[in-house]
Ligand binder design. Structure first.
Ligand code: CAA
Length: 381
């Protein structure tokens, strides 16, 4: 067992950290305040090849391993969680599923533009009556010759307002009356594809979240991802990968909150000594540091399993559940260490606190993560 990062993984961490601090740092409070997606940032991210992190070079990506992918998301989130969200959704649940399950035609047509950042991707699954219960999906794709006609709507689509390409989950009815669940690759300029108003969110305000509406959108049958019958599995496997990214995101936010509060505890003097000298504070620092380390191990292990081509469903759920939970706890404790200053909008801690909360909810709530973990653990006794 080797816990050392490879040279490449170390270089990725150093270079993305520098990029995040220099390029994202000044903008992070602004995109949060203005609740505005930054197209300038999107362009800057092209320069570090952030749009196809683990996609092979053959399709325009960087061909890095999944641990590097986690490191990139972690380092972006350490500075701007909204940017990390845009990037992780694009990479893990838009580009990756096309690479994993797509036909050569789909890879040439959609993946190359996604991996090079020419186009942005989204993953549209949740609906008004189908959140945790994906099988309750009401969007319907009815086959008509060589096309599927899609009617329905999606909610809370990350990148919804900025994505050119969206993977959309729908119930289908084929010409021979076969029924099931499919993932369709849809493009924003397809007739009948409409983007809803931006959501006014508590956190992740620099990322785009909207509803999508489909009114008789005609999707060529070549755009079905994976085989028709395997759509549910394609969605579940994509979410497994996505959950490692969400864990990395929570980890990056927690790391930022930890660094700020630990540094503050060394310099803030009360009762004649730095507050780090009081056990009430030093124990908080110890607990935070341990939780972050734990979350990092779980996250990198899940990523490593994915790279080895092994099953990582349970580990992805574990790292997503744990990292998001401790992410929230760490932000809360870091803010407590800062006292009144932490509550002020002059410091980013309150933003971290608002941003981290959603990591316990999206790409599967932590209650669903526990259901997945317990099912897997009990099955394998
Ligand atoms: N990988 C591959 N296949 C899987 C799988 C996985 N991880 N999980 C399940 N499957 C397969 C099962 O083996 C089963 O196959 P068979 O029929 O051949 O046996 C099939 O899928 C159905 O599985 P289940 O019976 O477990 O399905 P279920 O209806 O009980 O649902 C669930 C399981 C885990 C609760 C699932 O519905 C789930 O993950 N829900 C959460 C949904 C979610 O994460 N939504 C977030 C959407 S995206 C988002 O947040 C916003 C964004 O913009 C990114």
């Amino acid at each position: 067992m080797n816990f050392e990062l490879t040279e490449q993984q170390k270089v990725v961490r150093t270079s993305v950290r520098k990029f995040a601090e220099e390029v994202l740092g000044p903008n992070a409070p602004i995109v949060d305040k203005e609740a505005k997606f930054s197209w300038e940032t999107k362009k800057e991210l092209e320069k570090i090849n952030a749009w196809g992190i683990s996609i092979p070079e053959k399709y325009g990506g960087s061909g890095l391993d999944s641990i590097c992918n986690s490191i990139v998301i972690e380092e972006l989130a350490r500075v701007c969680a909204s940017t990390a969200l845009t990037v992780t959704v694009h990479n893990s649940v838009a580009a990756y599923p096309i690479y994993k399950f797509g036909t050569e035609y789909q890879k040439e047509k959609f993946l190359v533009e996604l991996a090079t950042g020419k186009k942005l991707g989204a993953f549209s699954l949740s609906e008004a009556n189908a959140g945790s219960d994906v099988s309750a999906t009401e969007t319907i794709a009815t086959q008509d010759g060589d096309e599927f006609v899609v009617n329905g709507s999606k909610i809370y689509v990350t990148n919804g307002g900025v994505a050119d390409i969206s993977l959309v989950g729908a119930k289908y009815v084929s010409e021979n009356n076969d029924k099931g669940f499919a993932i369709l690759i849809m493009e924003k300029d397809m007739l009948g594809y409409e983007i809803g108003e931006p959501e006014d969110k508590m956190g992740m305000r620099g990322s785009s979240t909207t509803a999508l509406y489909f009114d008789g959108v005609r999707v060529p049958k070549e755009n079905i991802l994976g085989s028709l019958r395997e759509g549910f599995k394609v969605a579940m496997h994509s979410l497994d990968a996505g959950r490692i990214g969400i864990a990395a995101q929570a980890l990056g936010i927690a790391q930022a909150a930890f660094e700020m509060s630990a540094d503050y505890s060394l310099h803030r003097v009360q009762f004649g000594r730095p507050i780090s000298k009081f056990q009430g504070v030093s124990f908080k620092i110890a607990e935070i540091a341990t939780k972050i380390e734990n979350a990092r191990f779980l996250t990198y292990r899940a990523a490593w399993l994915r790279d080895q081509g092994k099953s990582f469903t349970k580990e992805a759920a574990m790292c997503k559940y744990y990292a998001s939970m401790i992410g929230r706890e760490v932000c809360q404790e870091a803010l407590q260490i800062y006292g009144g200053y932490g509550y002020s909008k002059d410091l980013p801690l309150e933003r971290f606190y608002r941003d981290v909360k959603i990591t316990e909810i999206y790409e599967g709530t932590n209650e669903i993560m526990k259901a997945i973990i317990s099912r897997q653990v009990l099955q394998n006794l």
